[in-house]
Design a protein around this ligand. Sequence first.
Ligand SMILES: *C/C=C(C)/C=C/C=C(C)/C=C/C1=C(C)CCCC1(C)C
Length: 256
Amino acid sequence: MDLSTLSVGQYDFIANSFSFGFAVMAAATLFFWLSRSQVAPAYRLAITITGLVTAIAAYHYFQIMTSWEAAFSVTNGTIETTGYGYNQAYRYVDWLLTVPLLLVELILVMRLSRSETISQSVKLGGAAALMIILGYPGEVSEGGAVRFLFWVLSMIPFVYIVYTLVTGLKASIAKQPENVRGLINGASTLVIVSWLFYPIVFLFPLIGLTGGAAVTAVEVGYTIADITAKAVFGVVILTIAMRKSEAEAAGETANA
Ligand SMILES: *C/C=C(C)/C=C/C=C(C)/C=C/C1=C(C)CCCC1(C)C
């Protein structure tokens, strides 16, 4: 990333989006953890993990924000790089931890059999980790060819995850109670659509965006995608868990 052509306006806009990301993730964490008692015990682990994801992201947004501020100095309306590099590893370490957990959230809220829960978590979580690891060398590379090569490699596990969500989990979705089938379908669609954002944002510097505009598009783009994929997705998971808890409690009363 070429940070030397950034304007003061772009620098501020990016700093504000990081600050917003931090606020959303921190507030979402409190909200999810405080809502745990609203769901049946079988779904509490899913909600704990939902809050863990936003907690990990809040911590990393704080670090990203600090690193961003240290990388530039603004004096009398002119911006200069300080020589401290902006550390992109925070984003990738965050993703490495949170992306597998997001898939585990979805699998847990479906309440599949124990063996299916484990096998789906290992398959999807493993593929998600591989996808992030393969993306990093491209993200920090200088040249277009290296960026593109790692994009292609990282797309392989990405396509596998999307394929599994569309086909593999479809069968499990059919077994879900009727009142949440639509919501679970919605949650897996939200994963696919919000995740699709990342490989597209990653390509921005390769499709003609350069300098400050490219940096702004990538950083703000990832921040919006993170808020959608973690906080908004978390609200959907919580809603599913609450509805299933209600339906199961009603079922028990009817059977008694
Ligand atoms: C909370 C963070 C989330 C949900 C991050 C998701 C990230 C991805 C789906 C990233 C995918 C990438 C590719 C498929 C190719 C290019 C490199 C990546 C890592 C940006």
